[in-house]
Design a protein around this ligand. Sequence first.
Ligand SMILES: [Zn+2]
Length: 308
Amino acid sequence: MERYALWTNDVETTSIWFNTLRDETGLKVWKEGMPALLDIYEQFGIKSTFFFTGYIAKLYPDIVKMVQGRGHEIGSHSFSHRKEDGLDVLPYAKQLQQLQQSKAVLEDISGEKVISFRSPALRLSKDTARALIESGYRIDSSVASQRFDLFLSFGGRKKLNWLRAPRLPYRVDENNIFRRGNSPLVEVPLSATLFPYVSTTMRIFPTITGLQRRLLHSESGWNQKPIVFDIHPNEFIDESSEQRTIERRSKNLLAYYLKDLLRAKLKAKNLGPKAAPLYKQEIAYYQLRGYTFDTLKSYCFKTGLLPS
Ligand SMILES: [Zn+2]
């Protein structure tokens, strides 16, 4: 029985340190974060999928070519990563625009067909499956089945859909991406165990990630669920030498100290070179246990989820 580890990377101009989108951060991602991340994959001899926002691809096309040159899959992370362009808030026509624009930019740069997609901040609406299909995508990986996120991220309430979504990869219902159906679109859910199994957790609470990986490995033993991990090259850069002021989103002072300050502090934990050993440990765990590391596209074709 073959077990799969599908490593995925979201590439965007988000600065974790400044908690905002910045072109300068995108430049650092291209020049510093991405080479560090690609070297780790080279070292382990593995291939993965990279989701680029159309925005960063247009700004620094060479970052796409750099990844393509190392044999990884090029996927789309929509066009814009701004909160107001979230797929959970945009009407159908605007979603379509985001999806098509990003695909066109990435295909133009890579000369390859782009069929895999991950939504920024995993935000989706009932219309997103239809918009993805109409734009020519075949694979989505934006549903985090059994992950509980209510207070932790934007669009938290809508993410309650995750609690009921299937855990194994599935053909989606055209009118509801969280449900099984028979549309041409395949969902490969992100791994989760109530807590998100992503690099943010890995950096902030490495002990939790250690427990998660044991759970996910044993689950994969009985139902063959692929392990889908999510990391960002912007975690391999360190901007902490630059001055920041922490935005106050909470109304009262206590909430400000507890939520805004603590969140800002936690989110910046183990950024830059400190992220690398943690990540290598994550990869090594599955490699030692004989997992096949693959791109989403190749996994879907090999396992028959998509007809070849
Ligand atoms: Zn993102």
